[in-house]
Design a protein around this ligand. Structure first.
Ligand code: GLC
Length: 608
């Protein structure tokens, strides 16, 4: 068994050494890192080692069409890890094969950024469970063919983490793990070129810590202190934390806020080359200790800045990335009833190597940032800022004709930038229709919600459903009453999972049942066809109707055409194909001349 480790180490050693020495130039620390890796390998359970060997042979395990995911907050969904175990059936019935558990490691009470302020990387928060329970859950999930995904918050710790506490007490060694400054000279320089993440709620990139008497870099919230990756002790210890968590049986790590981990005066401190070296080293360590593990990078950046995080074919970094721009384009298309930008985005994605795997989603725990391609908006004759303003007002429900109910997020009066929050159902119009008791609008809202889920489920990659969306959960306004949360409108769509709503899926006329049954079917059908595998060929079609999107996918003998009406208008179109296809949900035979689509209707056509 030991040979496995040595075999893998010898095939990666030269590259690891080269990268490590380039950044840290410290041989003793490299030796220490390898010793630590060896220890984690020794501690790795036999069942996980077996999985490692299996995955070394089957490296595309997460790229098959039946890999469909869900993301849940353990507490909101089922109170704790034991609750998740008890509710596994809910996930299985939806054909879920990948479960992203939102941050669950030890976090401060109150201000913890939904768990993204970690106080201890080796303990589960006591309100949620224990490390032992996490290991047991991962094992149970594996038996049920579900891979667990966990966040690895790499960029910062909470200011209640032991390192931060010791830094505050004046211990130099720990101050050097963060970016602490005696006066504001360097911070002032840094601020000249570095953008802000929360310009409204958390202006500036630094905070002054009274106890320590120093300025500390905190890119996100004031209580999230950025780690200093120029210090090899930080890299070694964080790598050890990652390997520790991998040994609990986590199969996919969502590496949080990746682009931010390396800072450099005179730059934006985003996407710097060292970030890629660090990601590559972490990946190498996992390939040596726990090759069953895959990396999903959270890179919420402009489209051209995302793909580099896959690395190169010879030197891959992340296995999976978020398809952020497609998500934004979907919401843009719903508001404008125009799929032009979405089609362009698909064309850009289709030009990328088929080896790349993306998570496709419509909602997640974060806001929708309106990072659309500005050139594309201009090409359509719109001013990018005016268009962004239209979108965030539309989704805040500020226009009488808007179907959406949501909230602005981080409105910046200077740049007039803002993002949007709300659950999928509320943004699609169900909340408004429910309040107004308007059955016709409710029907349209349900159709919107289902259609955009069908759309993401027909793309290559991994469709991930945000927990609650499968039962069309509405916004939860209770955060407005909570002093710790009321300045963060993302909590609008982080409400407790409603098991009462879930029970309504037994009532076929309820919105919950309509959405649930449709999503269940969509995910099942997707898993049955190889044409939805990540490596299928994909190409968009010209529909000659700006509200209708159509695209084709091919793999082996299977040919799929997806057609989506992003409007409330009935459409007649001729796509000019003569072959007949079978519609996967209705079983009807359909040909491309003389197609008609109902409002927000979608067709999944297959030909073998
Ligand atoms: C990621 C998370 C977000 C969090 C931030 C800081 O972007 O998705 O929720 O606020 O990282 O950790």
């Amino acid at each position: 068994m030991k040979q496995e480790f040595e075999r893998r180490l010898s095939s990666y050693y030269d590259e690891l050494k080269w990268l490590y020495m380039e950044i840290y130039g410290d041989k003793a620390m490299l030796r220490q890192l390898i010793d630590v890796a060896r220890e984690f390998y020794k501690e790795r359970k036999p069942s996980l080692r077996k999985l490692d060997i299996q995955r070394e042979r089957e490296s595309n395990w997460y790229r098959k069409s039946d890999m469909v995911g869900m993301m849940v907050y353990a507490q909101q969904f089922a109170k704790n890890l034991t609750g998740i175990k008890e509710h596994l059936d809910h996930l299985k019935k939806l054909h879920i094969r990948y479960l992203h558990l939102m941050p669950l490691l030890k976090m401060p009470e109150g201000r913890n950024d939904g768990g993204y302020a970690v106080s201890d990387f080796r303990q589960v928060d006591e309100r949620i469970g224990t490390i032992k329970q996490l290991s047991e859950l991962s094992e149970l999930c594996r038996k049920n063919r579900i891979s667990l995904c966990l966040d690895f918050v790499i960029n910062h710790t909470s200011d209640e983490h032991e390192w931060a506490m010791r830094a505050k007490k004046g211990e130099r060694e720990y101050q050097e793990r963060y970016l602490c400054f005696d006066n504001y000279d360097i911070p002032a320089e840094y601020e000249k070129t570095t953008p802000q993440v929360f310009p409204n709620t958390e202006p500036g990139n630094f905070i002054y810590d009274e106890e320590m008497g120093k300025h500390v870099l905190s890119t996100f919230h004031s209580y999230q202190w950025d780690l200093n990756y120029r210090n090899p002790a930080v890299f070694n210890e964080m790598a050890a934390n990652l390997l520790f968590l991998a040994n609990t049986g986590i199969e996919i790590f969502r590496i949080d806020a990746v682009p931010y981990i390396w800072k450099q005066l005179g730059t934006t401190s985003r996407n710097l080359p060292q970030v890629h070296s660090i990601m590559r080293m972490l990946r190498i360590l996992c390939k040596i200790v726990c090759p069953a593990v895959a990396f999903k990078g959270e890179v919420v950046m402009a489209p051209h800045e995302v793909a580099p995080y896959f690395g190169s074919v010879e030197k891959p970094e992340c296995d999976i990335l978020y398809n952020v721009t497609t998500m934004v384009c979907v919401w843009n298309s719903l508001a404008t009833r125009d799929v032009t930008l979405l089609k362009w985005q698909m064309d850009a994605m289709d030009a990328l190597p088929r080896e790349y795997t993306f998570v496709n989603y419509v909602r997640c725990h974060d806001d929708i940032g309106w990072g659309l391609d500005e050139g594309g908006i201009r090409a359509q004759g719109f001013d990018p800022l005016e268009h962004k303003k239209f979108l965030y007002h539309f989704y805040a429900g500020d226009y009488p004709e808007s179907f959406a109910r949501g909230r602005l997020y981080n409105y910046d009066p200077v740049s007039q930038d803002a993002r949007s929050c709300g659950t999928c159902a509320s943004l699609c119009g169900m909340e408004k229709a429910w309040w107004e008791n308007n059955l016709q609008d409710m029907e349209l809202a349900i159709r919107r919600h289902i259609m955009i889920h069908a759309y993401i489920a027909s793309l290559g990659g991994i469709p991930v459903i945000y927990s609650g969306d499968e039962i069309a959960q509405l916004n939860d306004y209770s955060y407005e009453q909570d002093a710790e949360k009321n300045d963060d409108s993302r909590f609008l769509h982080r409400g407790e999972f409603s098991w009462e709503d879930a029970a309504l899926i037994q009532k076929p006329q309820s919105r919950q049942a309509k959405v649930y049954i449709a999503l269940q079917k969509i995910l099942k059908v997707r898993g049955e066809h190889a044409v939805f595998d990540a490596d299928a060929w994909e190409h968009t079609w010209e529909t000659f109707d700006k509200s209708v999107l159509a695209f084709e996918r091919r793999k082996g003998a299977e040919r799929f055409v997806g057609i989506y009406n992003f409007s409330e208008y009935e459409k007649e179109l001729s796509l000019g194909f003569d072959e007949t296809f079978t519609e996967l949900f209705s079983g009807q035979t359909i040909s491309g001349s003389g197609l008609s689509l109902e409002p927000y209707e979608y067709l999944w056509l297959l030909r073998k």
